[in-house]
Design a protein around this ligand. Structure first.
Ligand code: GFB
Length: 318
């Protein structure tokens, strides 16, 4: 690999920046953050115009647009049940789209790319909190291993392009995300939007109880997507190394505690019933965020405040 100086420092606000997945939870938050920071040449394409799983289409897009910076926030994502039932879709779509975007960004001269993984890349029984070094030290959680392996392949690809081609790609690993623009479909969503919707509908219908999945004992950490978007810009401007970096808040709670919090925010007074035929997934997923703190970044949005804001968004977008 040719020696080169790390690509750090403020990104050029006039440069062309491609946000892949700009209509999703993460991509839309990154677009908001970049616009607020004064970026004036954001490049985005709806899926109907650019299918990222189509190698030729991605290549033609990069050849024409030549973005300088790439935020790769496009991914097929879903909650525990969607991952468990459609593993083929999760591995296929993610491998294809990330492979095409990373490769095209390198070949068409992008200065830097950010790839987003997930906290589910770590082993099911990794020590808690999970440090970046725990990657590939044990078996994965089976409900989402197809998604996790696609994300691990993306990380390895970014690292390999750095090693072989000197390509400036960085990888952040966000914990469970939530916020405005989330998916509230009860079959495919993550737990937080699902609970918001269930409690809201039960409140309106004056239903006596709400059913949540599993035992309620698994522990999860929740990061507001606007915090993640801020961390993405921060990392693009201050970090240029091969090592992955976790992005989280450093605190977790049980799903039962989360349900109580969401119930209070929504103002529902009925009971919570457990459906233990549904999977619990991994017992605990808490990220060690010391590497990120050492880079000078911390999450700002508290969980109660973030859930309240997300509930407002949900009410405004029926
Ligand atoms: O958020 P979630 O679907 O994903 O579920 P994971 C978290 C926990 O909440 C599980 C429980 O223990 C669920 O059983 N839960 C309770 C519910 N009620 C509900 C409900 O109504 N809906 C949902 N969805 N869950 C995903 C991975 O794992 O996390 C992805 O499958 C990705 O690959 C994502 O990594 C961040 O945290 O278990």
């Amino acid at each position: 690999m040719a020696d080169r100086a790390p690509v750090v420092g403020p990104l050029d606000r006039e440069a062309r920046v491609f946000v892949a997945g700009h209509r999703g939870l993460v991509g839309s938050a990154i677009v908001r953050r970049l616009e607020r920071a004064g970026f004036r040449s954001l490049v985005t394409r709806p899926r109907a115009e650019l299918d990222l799983t189509d190698a030729r289409a991605v290549d033609a897009f990069f050849a024409a647009e030549k973005p300088a910076y790439v935020f790769l926030a496009a991914a097929k994502v879903g909650g525990i049940l969607a991952n468990d039932r459609h593993p083929a879709d999760f591995i296929r779509e993610n491998l294809l789209l990330q492979t095409h975007v990373i490769d095209a960004a390198h070949r068409h001269g992008a200065r830097k790319l950010l790839f987003l993984g997930s906290s589910c890349i770590y082993p099911k029984h990794a020590p808690q909190p999970m440090r970046e070094e725990h990657l590939l030290t044990g078996p994965l959680e089976p409900t989402n291993s197809a998604y996790a392996i696609a994300k691990i392949a993306g990380i390895e690809m970014v690292k390999s392009y750095r090693r072989q081609h000197g390509f400036s790609g960085i990888c952040l690993q966000p914990t469970n995300l939530y916020g405005p623009g989330d998916n509230f479909d009860l079959q495919s969503s993550h737990v937080l939007p699902a609970l918001l919707r269930k409690f809201h509908e039960a409140k309106i219908a004056r239903a006596p109880s709400v059913t949540m999945w599993g035992t309620g004992t698994p522990r999860r950490e929740f990061l507001h997507v606007d915090d993640l978007a801020d961390a993405c810009l921060h990392a693009m401007e201050r970090y240029d190394e091969a090592d992955i970096v976790n992005v989280g808040v450093g605190e977790d709670l049980s799903i039962r505690e989360l349900a109580e919090l969401v119930r209070e925010v929504v103002g529902y007074e009925g009971e919570i019933v457990l459906d233990t035929t549904k999977p619990d997934g991994t017992p605990r997923k808490l990220l060690d965020v010391s590497r990120l703190h050492a880079l000078g970044w911390r999450a700002q949005i508290g969980l109660r405040e973030g859930v309240a804001g997300t509930y407002r968004w949900f009410l405004e977008h029926p």
